[in-house]
Design a protein around this ligand. Structure first.
Ligand code: PHE
Length: 349
């Protein structure tokens, strides 16, 4: 069974690269989700990623209480392919053509491998794009807001574990120092957290030093002896094997699709490790972009909505405890309830 409403796969007219747009659900509203420009062993792996990521976007918006559906775009680059500026432009224009052909059912935004400057290129062809640079009328980089949202989720968990939402003095292991990971690590360091960090890019050790953090290799960090592990890079870090190695009390971070398979959430629960679903902890970026660009609320109000992730996580952890469920079950039930309360309608931006 295909869970998705539609999946468009095109060979880019200019780039010949596979452009995939997966629209999972428009039950709550027109679909949004970022554009991932990333390397995959086979383009079909990019399709699998697009299917999973777009489904997660549906849950992300539903739990965040936004009237938006879930989608995602992926351009699957062959391993080792580097794009020069011209070729990158071609790829982005190919993506823009596919988005335009969907007539407002789907709008894109930045994700792994893409930036506000890329959104500006897409915006030359179609209005269905979030997070263009602010001087072009967009809300700009979403990553600081994603980092703030993840911090809000961490506060709720810290209150559970330590009775205070402050992260000062807490030990955290941040996996991945990309735009969101670095932003979050800086916020945590500023609050006096004790940081262990890693990245696949060894050059990031400079940032680690700057933050006064301890550097660990990517395969060691999951077993670090810390309060909270914070996945902030690519997905599938939590497998049955890594779940058994964890020594932390919680896993909470902004990376999408952290679980290799859904049952890992149960393994974590059995080990008494709190896992906040990734689609809850990572919602800050989209909450800010949608609030600012679609709902046209003030920057203060958008910030308050991002900070409200703390209350959402609080409520989910309460519900989970009361009902003897994992937070993952509580979140997916909440999403399901909100999705089933809608009448089928064709939504467009
Ligand atoms: N990368 C964002 C996410 O996964 C996608 C996004 C950001 C989409 C901003 C729209 C606007 O949530």
């Amino acid at each position: 069974m295909l869970d998705h409403e539609q999946v468009a796969i095109h060979a880019g007219r200019r780039s010949r690269l596979p452009v995939i747009v997966a629209v999972h659900s428009t039950a709550l509203g027109p679909a949004a989700g970022g554009l991932r420009l990333w390397h995959y062993p086979d383009w079909r792996d990019g399709l699998t990623d697009a299917l999973r990521l777009s489904a997660a976007m549906t849950s992300k918006f539903a739990v965040a209480g936004l009237p938006i559906g879930g989608g995602k775009a992926v351009v699957a680059l062959p391993e080792g392919m580097e794009l020069d500026a011209d070729r990158r432009r071609d790829v982005l224009r190919d993506v823009a053509d596919v988005i335009a052909s969907l007539s407002g059912v789907y709008a894109t935004g930045p994700d792994v491998g893409t930036s506000p400057a890329d959104m500006a290129v897409i915006g030359e062809t179609t209005p269905h794009v979030f997070c263009k640079p602010t001087d072009l009328g967009g809300s700009g980089d979403s990553s600081p807001h994603t980092a703030q949202g993840a911090l809000a989720a961490l506060r709720a968990v810290s209150r559970r574990l330590h009775g205070t939402s402050s992260l000062g003095g807490r030990s955290l292991a941040v996996i991945g120092l990309g735009r969101v990971g670095v932003g979050l690590a800086r916020l945590l360091a500023a609050e006096g957290a004790v940081l262990t960090v890693t990245d696949i890019d060894l050059d990031k050790q400079k940032i680690s030093d700057e933050l006064g953090a301890v550097w660990r290799s990517p395969d060691e960090i999951l077993a670090a002896d810390v309060d909270i592990v914070v996945p902030a890079a690519l997905g599938s870090v939590l497998t049955s094997r890594t779940a058994a190695d964890l020594r932390c009390r919680a896993v909470v971070g902004p990376a999408n699709n952290q679980l290799a398979t859904p049952d890992v959430a149960d393994l974590l629960y059995q080990r008494d490790i709190i896992w906040v679903p990734d689609y809850v902890a990572s919602a800050g970026g989209v909450i800010n972009a949608i609030s600012a660009e679609l709902h046209r609320v003030s920057a203060d109000e958008a910030r308050a909505r991002v900070r409200a992730i703390e209350d959402t996580v609080d409520d989910l952890l309460d519900t989970a405890q009361r009902c003897g469920q994992t937070p993952a079950q509580a979140a997916s039930e909440l999403a399901r309830r909100r999705l089933s309360a809608t009448s089928p309608a064709k939504h467009r931006f």
